[in-house]
Design a protein around this ligand. Structure first.
Ligand code: UDX
Length: 433
């Protein structure tokens, strides 16, 4: 066999990062998407998402001739050895994952492939979807070729997706056929990472079980944080104490404004829905979702009690991205707060080092956008912190006192030391302390 030809369809986070990383390992990769504008940009070496190190590898591999982009799926699929599906599975009605794109791509594959091919589902899909993909393809297959379908979920986290791909903790391979398993192992060999080989349905479940577990962990910490406030304990100290126990682990113990992003909110609802479809109530996940919903507006509610009105007040918002290292606003806890504050007549001045452009798309002239923290907080009546950017962490507490009209801060990320805030005569509210 010559150089293996890999196709990745869907150039969002999952697909684009996978495509670029396979190319970097020397494969001949073609990325397919229906969005012409995206493909045009990517072909010119311009990354369509903000991801550390991605654009560099994109440019490098295009230059080397390993990496191509096209909207012409027919040409791309026809002689592919492997096709990775990385299209979106947006949240649909009742929280169920919408599989429209997965189905469309499956049928397109069936209509175009001209040789035996392995189809690998990388998108996060409900248990049983790989079986469906196999059925879709078999139903519509035009040529007399053999197709295998395998599940290969990814665990990358936005902001360090490239690093997470090359240094993944494990590669999950879900197959019901030895041939597919062997081929996928071969593809991942150059990555030199631990491989866990399981059934297709287990692979699909592993992805959901992981994301839901992490969401639960965060909601648990938020739950404990709320109790800490009532009994006079400090959640940051509690988390530090917990982190030394490696049965618990040191990660994802940060209490705060609640989880957001493109995965946890969607995947918790999808798993809850999957359980419901099977006449089961997933009580743990149900609670995690409820706690998160309340957590997002906890500080807003506190501020409402303290300030009575926001009508005409200058409200500074520091950080809007759903987490550090990304310009993504999907399900960002900042958004519901901005909406509520706007409803109550607040005059909002937002600062974020990278997500301002996306914020503009959403709020246009309804709020003000600033390029630095000083501008946002100057003469403001109150300040909310929603993302723990380094720029905000480094900002000196005394400057709030100097610049704000009333130094009242609601910090959803526990950035500052409570003692230091007191010394600076700032009215400071955070989470769980
Ligand atoms: C997540 C998973 O980490 C990744 O494995 C999966 O493939 C996709 O979903 P991502 O959404 O990029 O990745 O972000 P992550 O870093 O996990 O954070 C998710 C949310 O949880 C953010 O809003 C973050 O601020 C919040 N969070 C995280 C906390 O509130 N506390 C923590 O301790 C950790």
């Amino acid at each position: 066999m010559g150089k293996m030809k890999i196709i990745v369809t869907g150039t969002g986070y999952v697909g684009l990062v996978a495509g670029v990383c396979f190319a970097e390992k020397g494969y001949d990769v073609t990325c397919v998407d229906v969005d012409e504008e995206k493909i045009e940009k990517l072909s010119n070496g311009i990354s369509t998402i903000y991801e550390e190190g991605l654009e560099e590898l994109l440019k490098k591999n295009i230059k080397k001739g390993n990496l191509h982009f096209t909207i012409n799926y027919k040409d791309a699929y026809k002689d592919a050895d492997v096709i990775f599906i990385g299209v979106g599975t947006p949240e649909g009605k009742d929280g169920a994952a919408n599989l429209f794109y997965v189905e469309t791509v499956s049928r397109q594959i069936a209509e175009t492939i001209e040789k035996d091919c392995l189809v690998v589902v990388k998108s996060t899909v409900p248990v049983g979807t790989n079986d469906k993909v196999e059925t879709f393809i078999k139903e519509d297959l035009v040529n007399n070729v053999k197709v295998e379908v395998a599940s290969n979920p990814e665990f990358l986290s936005q902001g360090h997706a490239v690093r997470d791909t090359f240094e993944a903790k494990r590669i999950i391979i879900g197959t019901n056929s030895q041939k597919a398993e062997k081929l996928l192992k071969e593809i991942y060999e150059p990555f030199n990472l631990p491989i866990v080989s399981v059934s297709r349905r287990s692979a699909e479940m592993i992805k959901y079980a992981c994301n839901n577990f992490l969401a639960l962990k965060i909601s648990y910490m938020n739950d404990i944080a709320n109790l800490c406030e009532l009994v006079g304990a400090d959640i940051n100290e509690v988390a530090t104490g917990m982190s030394y126990d490696n049965r618990i682990g040191a990660d994802f113990l940060r209490a705060g404004i609640g989880y957001g992003g493109s995965c946890f909110p969607k995947d918790t609802k999808a798993l809850k829905y999957l359980a419901k479809q099977n006449d089961y109530t997933l009580r743990t996940v149900q609670s995690a979702i409820e706690i998160n919903e309340e957590q997002k507006i906890k500080l807003y509610k506190k501020a409402c009690e303290r300030l009575n009105t926001f009508e005409g007040s200058k409200v500074a918002i520091l950080g809007v991205a759903f987490k550090v290292g990304t310009d993504d606003l999907r399900e960002a806890p900042s958004l519901i707060n901005i909406d509520l504050l706007l409803e109550r007549g607040a005059n909002i001045y937002a600062y974020d080092p990278v997500a301002i452009e996306n914020l503009k798309k959403r709020y246009s002239t309804r709020i003000h956008y600033t390029t630095n923290i000083e501008e946002a907080i100057k003469d403001s009546n109150v300040c909310f912190i929603f993302t723990e950017w380094e720029q905000i962490k480094e900002f000196k507490p005394r400057k709030y006192k100097e610049l704000m009209k009333m130094p009242i801060i609601y910090d959803g990320r526990n950035i500052y030391d409570t003692k230091e805030m007191k010394e600076n005569k700032i009215e400071y509210y955070s989470i769980g302390r």
